[in-house]
Design a protein around this ligand. Sequence first.
Ligand SMILES: C[S@@+](CC[C@H](N)C(=O)[O-])C[C@H]1O[C@@H](n2cnc3c(N)ncnc32)[C@H](O)[C@@H]1O
Length: 214
Amino acid sequence: MTSDLRLFLREFRDTYRTTGAIAPSGRALARALGRYVPPPNGSTAPRRILEVGPGTGAVTCALIRALAPSDTLDLVELNDRFASRLRERMAHDPEFRPAAARMRLFHQSVEELPREPAYDVIVSGLPLNNFAVEDVRRLLDVMRQRLAVGGVLSFFEYVWIRGLKALVSGREERGRLRGIAATMQALLNEQEIHRDLVWTNLPPAWVHHVRRKA
Ligand SMILES: C[S@@+](CC[C@H](N)C(=O)[O-])C[C@H]1O[C@@H](n2cnc3c(N)ncnc32)[C@H](O)[C@@H]1O
C-alpha cells in the first residue's frame, strides 16, 4: 500500500466528514477535473488556478501537467496531515517541481481565502455530499464568488452516491440528500457548460463544469 493511500485511509477514519473518500482520485478523474486548465485557443495570458481540497495531491499532478508556463496554481487544504504532505511534495517531488515556484499552499478553509484577486479556474475536490445543505450552498457560493466572470468551476460527485446512501438512511438523512441534490441541480441548470462521466474511477464519478456568468 502506498503511503498516500495509508494517509487517506487514516484521514477517512479520523476526519470522515471532510475527507469523504477512502483513496486519492484516479488519473482519469484527475484529468477530467483539469479539463479547463489548459489555456483556451493557445492564449498566452497568465491565468490563476485554484485547487480546493487537494488532499495528497493526486489531482494536483494533473493540474501541473496542464498549466501553461506563466500560470500560477494555489492550493487550499484544511486538513493538517494533508497540508504537511503537500508541503513535502512541493519541496521534493519531481512531479511538483516544474510548477513549485508558481505554487502556493494555503493551510485553511476555502471560506477564509480573500475574495480578490479572482481565479480563472477553480477545481474542487470537496466531498459536498457529506455536508449539511446550508454548508453545500455556502461552499458553492464561496467558490463561485472567487471566480472571475467567465471563469470555470469544476467539481465532482460519485455516480449514484446520493441514491445509494438514501436507500440505507433514515428520513432526516434522506431530506439532507434531497436538499443537496436540489442545490446542485439549481446551479447546474443555470451554469453548467459540460460534464464528464468517468467510469474508470473507483467509484465512477460525474465531473461538472460550470461557468460564472456575472
Ligand atoms: C475527497 S478528498 C479529495 C482529495 C483530492 N482532491 C483527491 O481527489 O484525491 C476532499 C479534500 O477536501 C479537503 N477539504 C474539506 N473541506 C475543506 C475546506 N472547507 N477547505 C479546504 N479543503 C477542504 C479535505 O481535507 C480533503 O483533502
